[in-house]
Ligand binder design. Structure first.
Ligand SMILES: Cc1cc2nc3c(=O)[nH]c(=O)nc-3n(C[C@H](O)[C@H](O)[C@H](O)COP(=O)(O)OP(=O)(O)OC[C@H]3O[C@@H](n4cnc5c(N)ncnc54)[C@H](O)[C@@H]3O)c2cc1C
Length: 423
């Protein structure tokens, strides 16, 4: 029960870190409260996630991509518009010299792929496997962390499993336990929260016309709506509504729902024919004051929870993973390997600052700009969308932001696999 790294939370981000650390031959534990294939799993649920090209490359480097590729739908074009206004903007993959601007992947497919990689590699438990540096992460699921105490050279964790409580120690713990992170709070790292007073209603819809792999982002008086293309011709709908409007929308009959959607979106995809099950997610911006605490790195939603408008939360979290895993890999061949050292955590904080701040400011700014009902702001916004459509450098800047090119790009995002002690 002594580990080098203990990851608390095996959702989208924590499971990705587990996969990234597996080839390093270090002792890794993952503690996850809910099985990845359970109907109650909060991370691998009915949602789909828009992945940037940078995230695709990271998943390729981790060996995860081949397992999700069949379920992934390419986004070849993004169309942004403002309801009732003339201005709109398009970003095209071909214009940027790219095969796709990103991919839409069902969260459940991602969960199945990551957790199949995490499940013990039988070679790891043999002597030859150990000699080759293979060490499968030890999985504790269902299990949750109930207490955390940082000491000078390790952290003591109390774990609750169906068989009772147990204690483990680790040199580094990683808080990957989501927006309401127990670990972050236990270590006294404050977080700021801003309620957007908006809820994302997620479902799938089938339009009469094929989407041609175009993703639509439309800003309406009631909030933004996004339609993301799926391989079978359906689209994932992310409809953002005020907290009261969502209660009404959840109660609409399917016909009423389709008519309301048609009114907001128009007929770019023809008539909407079918709608799936609707699920609501209240939206807020959360931000931990620090991305580390003594012997603890904070990643993914535990570090920052974003409005899904620009589909950047997981993409940003995956870059947390790629950076942290690289810092650990660089040091793990050293004589006195200590993944919880202040030096490593300082390097992690420094690496993540710029990317994190840029993405939070971009996403939050977008919500503020498009939620403002003032006529003058709407006119400016309209002009902005038109100008954006005419300005290739602005589009190139946005596609760079979505691959996380602000600052040093992690090796995994450049297609370079991590190995022990590589620098
Ligand atoms: C509606 C919606 C749409 C989105 N769309 C996109 C998109 O298109 N693109 C994109 O990049 N991002 C998107 N996001 C954001 C993305 O979903 C999150 O960034 C991502 O889920 C963060 O993953 P995580 O693993 O950090 O946290 P979570 O997904 O919250 O997972 C945390 C995990 O920790 C476990 N856990 C919690 N507490 C404990 C404990 N005490 N002990 C053990 N385990 C614990 C939970 O069971 C869970 O599995 C969207 C978000 C929403 C709400």
């Amino acid at each position: 029960m002594n580990y080098d790294v203990a990851i608390i939370g095996g959702g989208m981000v924590g499971a990705s870190l587990g996969v990234a650390l597996a080839p390093l031959g270090i002792r890794v534990a993952i503690i996850e409260a809910v099985a990845h294939d359970s109907a109650l799993q909060p991370s691998f649920d009915e949602r789909t996630t828009a992945l940037s090209n940078g995230s695709r490359r990271i998943l390729e480097s981790l060996g995860t991509w081949p397992q999700v590729a069949a379920a992934a739908s390419a986004i070849r074009k993004i169309h942004v518009s403002d309801q009732g206004r003339f201005g709109f903007a398009r970003i095209e993959a071909a214009e940027q010299g790219l095969e796709a601007l990103g991919y839409v992947v069902p969260n459940r497919a991602l969960g199945a792929a990551l957790w199949s990689q995490l499940h013990a590699d039988p070679r790891a438990s043999t002597l030859a496997g150990a000699a080759a540096g293979l060490a499968a992460p030890r999985l504790f699921c269902p299990a949750h962390v109930t207490a955390v105490a940082a000491q000078a050279d390790q952290v003591v964790l109390q774990i609750h499993t169906p068989d009772g409580s147990t204690e483990m120690t680790s040199k580094l713990i990683v808080a990957a336990d989501g927006i309401n992170s127990v670990v972050r709070s236990a270590l006294g790292v404050a977080a700021t929260f801003r309620d957007y007073h908006q809820t994302a209603l997620i479902t799938t819809v089938l339009p009469k016309n094929f989407h041609e792999h175009v993703a639509f982002e439309r800003f309406t008086e009631d909030g933004p709506l996004a339609l993301l293309p799926l391989n079978d011709g359906r689209c994932t709908l992310v409809l953002t509504l005020g907290s009261e409007a969502v209660v009404t929308a959840m109660a609409w009959s399917d016909q009423q729902f389709l008519a309301e959607l048609q009114r907001r979106f128009g007929f770019r995809l023809g008539r909407f024919l079918k709608v799936g099950r609707r699920v609501a997610y209240p939206l807020s911006l959360s931000r931990a004051q620090h991305t580390s605490a003594p012997r603890c790195a904070i990643i993914g939603n535990a570090a920052q929870g974003l409005h899904p408008v620009a589909g950047m939360g997981f993409n940003l979290g995956l870059r947390d993973v790629a950076s942290l895993a690289e810092l650990i890999a660089d040091r793990c061949g050293r004589m006195r390997f200590d993944p919880g050292s202040r030096d490593l955590l300082d390097a992690y904080d420094a690496w993540r600052t710029k990317d994190r701040a840029g993405v939070i400011a971009f996403t939050d700014g977008l919500i503020r700009l498009f939620s403002n009902p003032l006529g003058s702001v709407r006119t400016l916004r309209n002009a902005g969308l038109l100008a954006f459509d005419l300005l290739p450098p602005a589009k190139a800047a946005l596609s760079r932001l979505s691959v996380g090119a602000s600052g040093r790009v992690p090796k995994l995002a450049r297609g370079v696999p991590l190995t022990r002690g590589a620098s």
